[in-house]
Design a protein around this ligand. Structure first.
Ligand SMILES: [Zn+2]
Length: 321
């Protein structure tokens, strides 16, 4: 998540269609994902990267769209939620046969993320050539959303489904990787000097939205089709640099969590103590357990905790006794 705040975006007309009717407060990341995150968490609360010391009720939002455009997005989101996100998260399906709603829903998310990052000046230090491509990507995605104009591969949407890691034989794997892969909502825009992508992480779904990527040929089996397609566990090939990008995102989330104050830490532990059955059934604990299995208790807990603080597991034990 960026340091600046999306709620500071102040527009005088709808960002999608230029409509002059009253602007709504839009979710940057769809609200059903935030609900899923809260429902499947150990505490039922969320904290976002830019300020982990504040417990919030909702995800990042901005006054961006008129009611009509907001409704357009919510129709595609509903299909994505019911036909893809929920069946995968519930374990009812491991692959999803999709139709046209998939590219509409994912492009609408990518457009919101890239537009919002640009609007809060998070891209102001990107090279001029990349910024020009950002403008072109936003324009192409907008025309696809509004008029169904075909999207080119330059600005394609690529999706990866991830799960808990069975083993960690690669070097430099962050010790919170399973919590990051399965339990984190994150968004970012990254560039390599010549090209860029918008990145939206929604639990186990990683969406990479190309902004004229120069290594597009290295991405195989991830591109979402405009009409029909299959999202699943088939063969994939990705650029090797992507792994270090994901590891860096995981480390950055761990670093943010290690800044949680002692007071807030105590509040989290109180939530655990109040409802131990919720904790033990939560996906949060499942991800923590997998990190412990792969890296050992001390390393897994120290990854997200200030070094001077007592270990989380010891705290939980203390609470239970
Ligand atoms: Zn509008």
């Amino acid at each position: 998540m960026p340091k600046a705040i999306f709620s500071e975006i102040n527009l005088d007309k709808c960002a999608l269609y230029g409509c002059l009717s009253e602007l709504q407060i839009s979710h940057i990341i769809p609200s059903f994902m935030i609900r899923w995150f809260k429902d499947s968490s150990a505490t039922g609360h969320i904290r976002f990267g830019e300020n982990p010391n504040v417990r919030v009720q909702d995800g990042p939002k901005a006054r961006m769209l008129c009611q009509e455009c907001e409704q357009l997005f919510s129709n595609w989101e509903k299909e994505f939620a019911e036909k893809c996100f929920e069946p995968i998260c519930d374990g009812r399906a491991h692959e999803i046969q999709y139709t046209a709603w998939m590219l509409k829903a994912t492009t609408s998310i990518s457009w919101r993320v890239l537009f919002a990052f640009d609007a809060i000046n998070e891209l102001s230090e990107f090279p001029t050539a990349v910024r020009e491509e950002v403008v072109a990507a936003l324009d192409e995605w907008k025309r696809f959303l509004l008029n169904d104009q075909q999207c080119t591969d330059r600005f394609g949407q690529h999706m990866l489904l991830v799960d808990l890691l069975d083993c960690a034989t690669i070097a430099n794997v962050p010790h919170n990787i399973n919590r990051y892969l399965t339990r984190t909502i994150d968004c970012d825009v990254a560039h390599n000097g010549e090209s860029a992508f918008a990145y939206t992480k929604m639990g186990r779904f990683m969406l990479f939205s190309f902004v004229d990527m120069d290594d597009a040929h290295l991405w195989e089996g991830t591109k979402l089709n405009s009409k029909n397609g299959l999202l699943g566990e088939g063969d994939k090939s990705l650029p090797p640099e992507l792994l270090s990008y994901i590891f860096n995102r995981a480390k950055s989330v761990a670093n943010t969590y290690s800044q949680i104050s002692e007071f807030q830490q105590e509040k989290i532990l109180q939530s655990y103590g109040k409802n131990p059955s919720r904790v033990s059934a939560s996906e949060t604990l499942c991800a923590v357990n997998q990190d412990v299995l792969l890296f050992g208790k001390r390393s897994a807990f120290e990854a997200t905790q200030p070094k001077s603080k007592p270990h989380l597991e010891q705290d939980i034990k203390k609470k239970r006794n």
